[in-house]
Design a binder for this molecule. Structure first.
Ligand SMILES: [Zn+2]
Ligand SMILES: [Zn+2]
Length: 302
């Protein structure tokens, strides 16, 4: 059993368990590491001072029992300054950057405006409309496709992956969160054929670009745990591709409640092995207090 998780939400953002509940649960499961990763994005951001105080108090309380890390889940289009206030950053794309990507062809996968775009999300330039993410609801996903792409979900997916290609350059994130989140509702909506090259090509271009930069990807169990999807993020096709590109992985539950802190870990370990991986990675505090990445052979977890 894998006994570490680095994608953990609490009542300080959109979770239903407190940080203290999560830490208690991690200890009861025999975890060696627990990383908190509250949301910082255009529609869901925390009081950073409160968050840091609560997690730092837990780090003190549990010192010597469990290694607690403080991170954030930061959206590609949101303010990168928050990454400097924590120990690690999940680089996630919830908001396709419809304003910045318009007319962008994707060649070279560089931001068309040098990465200086504001967190527009689905807002117009006057900021009068709420931002639209790909994972809030099927209705919002449909609205994104209709409003910006004439109802063409393949164009929306292309924009999504072009935004995601910028995540490491913008955030210098520790790992990539839920690579193909745009498929969150696809098992019910069936708006994308996930084997169609119109969908897979831009996704693979983004994956190759990010893997080349050396940033690991998480296997995210969140949607499987909540019964929303049959497959993890990334799906098995992309996970095999990542392995073939020489990419690295972490396995995370994206838990929003203590009961799911290690949800589907055994299945994810088996999935990683089936896709060719021999090890996963965890984050640890070293002797000097700095956070570093450590490799963990999968055969020790089965
Ligand atoms: Zn997320
Ligand atoms: Zn999350």
């Amino acid at each position: 059993m894998l006994r570490a998780n680095f994608h953990t939400h609490t009542t300080l953002c959109d979770g239903s368990s407190t940080p203290e509940d999560m830490a208690r649960r991690a200890v009861s499961l025999g975890f060696t590491q627990l990383g908190f990763s509250g949301h910082m994005d255009p529609d869901n951001h925390m009081d950073m001072n409160l968050y840091r105080n609560r997690i730092h108090a837990l780090q003190e309380q549990y010192r010597g029992k469990i290694d607690i890390l403080i991170g954030i889940e930061l959206d590609t289009v949101y303010n990168p300054v928050y990454a400097r206030q924590v120990e690690y950053t999940i680089g996630s794309t919830h908001f396709p950057d419809v304003a910045c990507n318009r007319g962008y062809e994707g060649a070279g996968l560089q931001p068309s405006n040098g990465g200086a775009c504001e967190p527009e999300g689905g807002r117009n330039r006057s900021g009068s409309e709420r931002p639209l993410s790909v994972d809030a609801s099927p209705e919002d996903l449909q609205l994104l496709a209709d409003r910006y792409f004439g109802g063409d979900f393949y164009q929306l997916a292309r924009c999504y992956y072009e935004t995601e290609a910028q995540v490491y350059d913008r955030l210098h994130c520790t790992f990539i969160g839920h690579f193909d989140l745009i498929t969150k509702f696809n098992d019910q909506m069936h708006v994308l054929d996930e084997t169609d090259p119109r969908y897979t090509r831009p996704a693979l271009e983004t994956m190759a670009y990010l893997a080349e930069e050396g940033v690991p990807f998480e296997i995210n169990c969140g949607a499987v745990n909540r019964g929303l999807k049959r497959e993890f993020y990334p799906n098995s096709f992309f996970l095999r591709a990542l392995h073939d590109m020489g990419g690295e992985i972490l396995i995370n539950s994206d838990a929003h409640q203590a009961e799911l802190l290690n949800g589907a870990f055994d299945r994810a370990v088996n999935q990683a092995a089936a896709c060719g991986f021999t090890h996963t990675n965890i984050l640890v505090h070293g002797e000097n207090g700095a956070v570093s990445q450590r490799s963990l052979p999968l055969d020790t977890l089965l």
